[in-house]
Design a protein. Structure first.
Length: 243
C-alpha cells in the first residue's frame, strides 16, 4: 500500500498542523513509530531538525531521527538503514529544486519509493509535499528559483502548489493555463491524504482548504474540494503513478 500525506504549509513549532500531524502518526505502524525527518530542502537546517525532534518526538511520541544529505551528509549505508527503519518519513519545507537534485544525486528517491511500497508512510510540508506530485508551483524561498517545476510524479497527472492563498491560486492558474493539466492547491493547515487509489482532505482550522484547478482549453476553472472521508482518486481526474 502506498500512503502519502501532503501538507500545504504551517509552522510545526506553533503546532499549526497538529491535527494533521496526529493523523500522520496514527497512520504509521506501531505505538511509538520511528519518524525519519528529511530536511534536505532547508539545507539540513539545525533549528528545523531540533524543532522536529521536540514536536514529533517529545510531543507526538515518535522515535525521531534525521536523514542528512547536505550538512555533514550521511553515507550510503546510513541512508539505506535510516529509510528502511522508518515507519514514517516526513520531508520538510524549503527549496524544492535543491531537494530533488540532491535526492537524485544520492539515489534517495528510489529508496523512498521502495519503502513506500513496503508500507512506510510518506509525509511532507510545502516543498516536502510538492515533491511527490508531477510538479507544480515551487515555493518562494531566498536564493531559490520560483515558478513551475517538475517533481517525482508519484502522484501522476496532478500538479500541486502549497501555501495556496488567493494570490498564490491565481499564479497557479496562470501556470496551468494552456497546459491541459489539473492542479491541487492546498492552503496552510490543509493536507491531502492519498492511500493507494483514494484520497481525502485533512484540515486544522476553519480557514484551511483545498482547491482543484483544471485547465479547459486555456480557461482554468477553480473549485473547492470537500472530501472529509475517503473518495476515489478518479474523482479528481488523475491516477496514482504506477512506475
Amino acid at each position: 500500500m502506498t500512503h502519502i500525506v501532503a501538507i500545504g504549509g504551517g509552522e510545526i513549532a506553533e503546532r499549526e498542523t497538529e491535527r494533521i500531524d496526529r493523523r500522520v502518526v496514527a497512520a504509521a505502524d506501531g505505538a511509538s513509530p520511528t519518524a525519519l525527518f528529511v530536511p534536505t530542502a532547508s539545507g539540513d537546517a539545525a533549528g528545523y531538525c531540533e524543532r522536529f525532534h521536540r514536536y514529533y518526538g517529545d510531543e507526538l511520541g515518535c522515535e525521531t531521527t534525521v536523514l542528512r544529505l547536505v550538512d555533514d551528509p550521511d553515507g550510503d549505508d546510513a541512508v539505506e538503514r535510516k529509510i528502511a527503519a522508518a515507519d514514517l518519513v516526513y520531508v520538510g519545507g524549503g527549496d524544492t529544486g535543491a531537494l530533488l537534485d540532491r535526492w537524485r544525486e544520492r539515489g534517495v528517491a528510489e529508496r523512498l519509493r521502495t519503502a513506500a511500497r513496503d508500507g512506510t508512510l510518506l509525509a511532507g510540508l510545502s516543498a516536502g509535499a510538492l515533491c511527490w506530485f508531477d510538479g507544480g508551483l515551487a515555493d518562494a524561498v531566498p536564493d531559490a528559483e520560483y515558478g513551475p517545476l517538475d517533481a517525482l510524479g508519484w502522484v501522476d497527472c496532478l500538479r500541486f502548489t502549497p501555501h495556496a492563498h488567493a494570490e498564490r491560486r491565481r499564479e497557479f492558474a496562470d501556470a496551468l493555463c494552456g497546459t491541459g493539466a489539473t492542479g491541487l492547491a492546498l492552503t496552510d493547515r490543509a493536507a491531502v491524504e492519498i492511500r493507494d487509489d483514494e484520497f481525502r482532505i485533512l484540515t486544522d482550522g476553519d480557514d484551511a482548504a483545498a482547491y482543484l484547478l483544471v485547465d479547459l482549453g486555456g480557461r482554468v476553472v477553480t473549485e473547492r474540494v470537500e472530501a472529509t472521508s475517503f473518495r476515489p482518486l478518479d474523482d479528481l481526474g488523475y491516477r496514482f503513478g504506477a512506475d
